[in-house]
Each structure stands twice: as C-alpha cells, then as structure tokens.
Ligand binder design. Structure first.
Ligand code: BTN
Length: 243
C-alpha cells in the first residue's frame, strides 16, 4: 500500500483514473485529499465535505489475473469494510443502505463511489472512492446526514481511521479473491437497511409504492416484494427508498 496525501484536488477518483492511464499504477494506491473541488457522488451528484474535517479518499485496486465474478461484490466488500471499521469504533445503529451507503440510524455517514476500469468485459482495475463524515459537525440544510463526531462527541484522528479501514478492505478483498463471496453476501444482507421491513419507495416515474426488500441479486439489483407476492428487481436509477 502507498498513500498519497494531497491538499486539494478536483476529485480523488479522477486522480486515480488518470494515474491508471499513466502506467504508474500500483495495487492499493490510496489518495487522500483535504479538499476536493469537484467531489463526485453517485448518479452524477456532488460530494461536499468540509476541508480537513473528514476522510475523502480513493483506493486503486488492480485485478491482473483475476476476473471478478460479479462487479457488485466490490460494493459488498467495500461497504462491509466501512461497516466493520465503524463497528469496531462503537458507532451506534450501523446499517448498509443499498447499494452502499453507510447509515447510523436513518442518517448517512458515508458514501461510496466505485468506478471500474474495464478491459473488454473484464475488470482491469477499480477506483474505490470513499467519503466518510468524521469530524464535521455542521451540514447546512442537508437532512439525514451525520458524522462520527455528531454521533459520539469524540474528535477522531483521520489517519488512524484510514489505516483501520485499509486493513479491513484488504482482508475483505482477499475473501473475494479466495472464492468466499457467499459468506460476504450473507453478511451484507444481515446488515442491510430495511431488509424484510415494509418500506415506501418511489419508482423512476415518480410513483410511490410499498414493498419489502428481500434480496440483492448478483448484479446488484434490489429484489423487492410487492403486493400479492410479486417480486420485482430494480437498479439504482429505477428506485428510491423513501422510508
Ligand atoms: C455517494 O454519492 O454516496 C458517493 C460519494 C463518494 C464520495 C467520495 S469522496 C472521495 C472520492 N472522490 C470523489 O470524487 N468521490 C468519492
């Protein structure tokens, strides 16, 4: 592992994607930034984070000879690595909200953006971007957002959290590489937010409906049981979990 610390950059994900094309890429290169001027979130959103207060970083994972069976396993391993790290720090009420947000109660404390670099249909490398709210205590008008410090009152050392996370991430990726992905999937489902509970969703036509999250398939689609035991699969663009 090598850690590159930057004061300011557009996005740590973009930084590593560019590094990939410059042939200097090394497995588990980590790039951490105090400030991101164009932090990227899921589905084209912006990731905002107060300078120096939180962890905003990306990890480059190279897959040379190994073909990842299902890309969604990378989401599972990464979200479980965050979950385990925070659980070890006694952060309360942790859940993973599909596909890979980390919540405490109903509040998001961490977002993950994984961008894969493909060679044909094989994943050549993944850029794993993490935004973890740690010591920031004001979030302007954002709702359902929190940080570790808001939850526990403790001021955390960012480097320590990062090193603990990296240890967990390497271990969980090892689990995928050694074919124990079913175990991971079970763990993921065990801590999945709202699993087996009646929830309200909005579909891509802005219609509300109720249903129950039952599973996530190998491609990462959410399996929801609607009325009359009808099951339907959704990808991220097609469904929003409201409450
Ligand atoms: C989300 O929308 O929940 C995903 C947010 C991911 C943010 C992180 S911050 C570090 C890395 N660099 C980026 O530009 N985005 C990710």
């Amino acid at each position: 592992m090598q850690i590159i610390k930057l004061d300011a950059i557009d996005s740590t994900n973009l930084y590593l994607k560019n590094l990939m094309s410059s042939l200097q890429a090394r497995d588990y290169t980590v790039v951490v930034a105090n400030t991101q001027t164009k932090g990227r979130g899921q589905m084209g959103t912006i990731w905002d984070s107060e300078s120096g207060k939180n962890l905003t970083f990306s990890v480059l994972k190279l897959f040379k000879t190994f073909e990842v069976k299902h890309q969604f396993l990378l989401n599972i391993a990464t979200s479980l690595a965050v979950y385990t790290t925070l659980n070890d720090m006694q952060i309360p009420d942790l859940k993973i909200k599909w596909p890979n947000d980390i919540l405490s109660g109903n509040n998001k404390i961490c977002g993950i953006l994984i961008e894969n670099i493909l060679s044909g249909t094989k994943i050549q490398a993944s850029v794993i971007g993490i935004g973890l709210n740690i010591n920031q205590i004001e979030f302007n008008n954002l709702v359902n957002v929190s940080s570790l410090k808001l939850l526990t009152g403790i001021h955390y050392n960012l480097d320590e959290v990062l090193l603990n996370f990296m240890k967990n991430l390497e271990q969980l990726f090892e689990t995928i590489l050694t074919g124990k992905e079913l175990e991971l999937k079970q763990l993921y489902l065990k801590v999945l937010f709202k699993k087996d509970k009646v929830s309200t969703f909005k579909n891509d036509a802005d219609q509300m409906f109720t249903g129950i999250i039952r599973n996530v398939n190998d491609n990462g689609k959410l399996l929801v049981e609607k009325e009359d035991e009808i099951f339907q699969e959704f990808d991220l663009k097609e469904i929003k979990l409201l409450y």
